[in-house]
Write a protein that binds this ligand. Structure first.
Ligand SMILES: [Zn+2]
Length: 118
């Protein structure tokens, strides 16, 4: 891949991320309504609260993921400009093109990434 192509891909991905984050803050999914039927109001409220909590938690996880990814994309752009793009930040070896195609913002080769996630 050409440097310009990579940069365009990184920018496009960052834009998609931003769009998703904006959607989050503007129109959060309404909590699912659970209508208490047989079990009465109290249990219904509890279920409702639980599902709201689950929704908020999911949103937080996703937001955190999107932010982390946004940072990774920005860092990849900086590496691109610094000329160190595609070089593993762990072992200094070139990151295989196959991996970069799948994850254009990858900062580590597979073995180093796995090492870090342990
Ligand atoms: Zn490595």
């Amino acid at each position: 891949m050409q440097r310009k192509e990579i940069e365009e891909e990184l920018v496009a991905e960052a834009k998609r991320l931003k769009a998703r984050l904006v959607r989050f803050t503007q129109e959060p999914d309404p909590p699912q309504e659970i209508v208490p039927q047989v079990n009465g109001q109290v249990e219904g409220d509890l279920l409702d609260a639980a599902s709201r909590e689950a929704a908020v938690y999911q949103e937080e996880v996703l937001q955190r993921f999107l932010r982390t990814k946004g940072i990774a994309l920005e860092e990849a752009r900086q590496r691109l400009q610094a000329g160190s793009y595609g070089i593993c930040q762990g072992c200094g070896e070139p990151i295989p093109e196959k991996r970069l195609k799948a994850v254009p913002y990858a900062a580590f080769c597979f073995p180093c990434q796995e090492q870090r996630e342990k």
